[in-house]
Design a protein around this ligand. Structure first.
Ligand code: GLU
Length: 513
């Protein structure tokens, strides 16, 4: 029988979730939904030294904002609860014991000083990568080197120990990665990783494998930084007798800085002015203890649809020219085979572009709501119909919702100055006279639609013997103060003939012709 597809996102709550982590969650989610499977959220908090308060809640809030739905997790519960590793602590020990019993793991009693001495010895002997492994373990104090009675005595006396995996000396470990193809690593490159710490907590490696097995995970989709751990995980599946149900691995490409020179970090975001976290995060500086704030996509005005669409393309493409995908379309089109192995470069302009597309595609009534709220915050009232007209006009100049209110200022404030360049080039007695006549005719205009206004302007200018091209820019500056902006006829239409006329008259009075 085909197994139900079950994937998991397994973050450690060590801080806010980086966008690389969000991408990992997204790809897991897309695969689960596409294949009619389940998406799990497991919190990997066995390393309590790195625990950051609030991080767990932050992770869940971020996923919710992105529209990544969790089927089983700490909030949802599920058949394999608990989904927080610290609460599963009693479950791991038996597997470490099983590995010891079967000869695949051993007790190691070395003190931190002894471990340091070993590293110093190996470094002095110019061993390039000093580690506890199939060779060096022979010189250390562990259950492979000490007599059985001494081991028992140490255990009985409560001496501190760890449990280490006994990695074979000469063996090729291979597995097929869904993105990278066959991965082959020689076991001599793998060290005898600690599986159980002296405080009785499992390490990431043991807990991760035991949980993936117990939770019946079919696909492990995670960042490239975990690729070096995968051979060790393959060994663990084998030694625990779980090879036949071992999940398939897919290691996602790295996310690079905009200039392609290395992994995208929080510092790049700070330096270049873009967030690397989905939501704003309030934390504390590890060194100074001062409160810190890291900016988030949500608070910077990004729409979750745009953020997700952008992230989906960082490492995946549909094989067509289509770029705009709703979550449902992503689900339909996603496949692991189309995930690239080459690193993906973060592109700040692209994420802005996606935001513009999604913002401008929203119904004008919805954009009007942003506008009404933002203007109200400035003490400006606008009715819904007018807000909708303004939003429809200015949205082409907006990247973020807040840009709408900024672009709308011209409707609420008469110009306090006039663009000097335009005035020096385009303002002259003839233009001033033509505009004065146009202003005089405006209030009684029977058709104040953008077309009606344009028709009357054309008539007046013809009668005055002035070409429209000579006047338009001056008129824009007279009405708005600025050299550029949205369609002028629409601006005058929204302002209304009376206000437009008064603005033109004020400009004529203020500007020496
Ligand atoms: N806890 C690991 C992390 O923080 C999970 C890695 C994995 O998916 O196996 O990314």
């Amino acid at each position: 029988m085909e197994r139900e597809v079950r994937v998991r996102f397994a973050p450690s709550p060590t801080g806010p979730l980086h966008i690389g982590g969000v991408r990992t969650a997204l790809y897991n989610y897309l695969l689960a939904r596409k294949l009619g499977g389940k998406m799990l959220l497991r919190i990997e908090d066995t390393d309590q030294n790195r625990f950051v308060p609030g991080a767990e809640q932050y992770i869940m809030d971020s996923l919710r904002w992105c529209g990544i739905e969790i089927d089983e997790g700490i909030e949802q519960g599920g058949p394999h609860a608990p989904y927080r590793q610290s609460e599963r602590k009693p479950m791991y020990r038996q597997y470490a014991d099983q590995l010891i019993r079967d000869g695949y793991a051993y007790y190691a009693f070395d003190t931190p000083e002894e471990l340091d001495a070993m590293r110093a010895r190996l470094t002095a002997a110019k061993v390039p990568n000093p580690q506890y492994n199939s060779i060096t373990r022979a010189q250390m104090r562990n259950s492979l080197t000490l007599p059985a009675e001494e081991v028992q005595q140490l255990l009985d006396s409560g001496a501190p120990y760890v449990i280490r995996l006994k990695v074979p000396r000469k063996e090729e470990v291979r597995f097929q990665d869904l993105i990278r193809g066959w991965v082959v690593v020689h076991s001599s490159a793998i060290d005898d990783k600690v599986l159980m710490k002296s405080d009785g907590m499992p390490t990431y490696h043991l807990a991760n494998i035991v949980d993936d097995h117990l939770m019946e995970i079919t696909h492990v989709i995670r960042g490239e930084e975990w690729l070096p751990s995968a051979p060790l995980h393959v060994l663990l599946y084998r030694y625990l007798g779980w090879e036949s149900t071992m999940p398939q691995f897919a290691h996602l490409p790295l996310l690079l800085k905009p200039d392609g020179t290395g992994k995208l970090s929080k510092r790049d975001g700070d330096k270049l002015g873009f967030p690397v976290f989905p939501l704003e995060f309030h934390g504390t500086d590890a060194q100074t203890g001062e409160p810190t704030v890291s900016s988030g996509y949500r608070e910077s005005g990004y729409l979750p649809e745009a953020f997700i669409n952008f992230l989906a393309f960082l490492g995946w493409n549909p094989g067509t020219t289509q770029e705009l995908f709703t979550m449902d379309e992503l689900i339909e089109n996603f496949s692991i085979e189309r995930v690239s192995k080459s690193p993906a470069r973060f592109d700040q302009n692209k994420v802005r572009w996606f935001n513009e597309q999604y913002l401008r595609a929203k119904p004008d009534a919805e954009l009007a709501q942003y506008l009404i709220t933002d203007l109200a915050a400035q003490g400006l009232a606008v009715d819904a119909a007018k807000a909708e007209q303004i939003a429809a006009l200015v949205k082409e100049r907006a990247t973020f919702p807040a840009d709408l209110a900024r672009e709308a200022q011209l409707f609420f404030q008469r110009p306090s100055s006039y663009d000097e360049q335009v005035i020096s080039k385009k303002w002259n007695p003839q233009v001033a006279a033509a505009l004065t006549e146009f202003a005089a005719q405006l209030p009684a205009l029977p058709d104040a639609s953008p077309e009606g206004i344009k028709a009357r302007l054309t008539e007046v200018l013809e009668a005055q013997g002035v070409k429209i091209g000579q006047v338009l820019q001056a008129l824009r500056v007279a009405v708005t103060g600025q050299a550029a902006g949205p369609d002028l006829m629409h601006i005058m239409h929204i302002l209304g003939p009376q206000e437009t006329a008064e603005r033109i008259q004020a400009a004529v009075a203020a500007l020496p012709a």
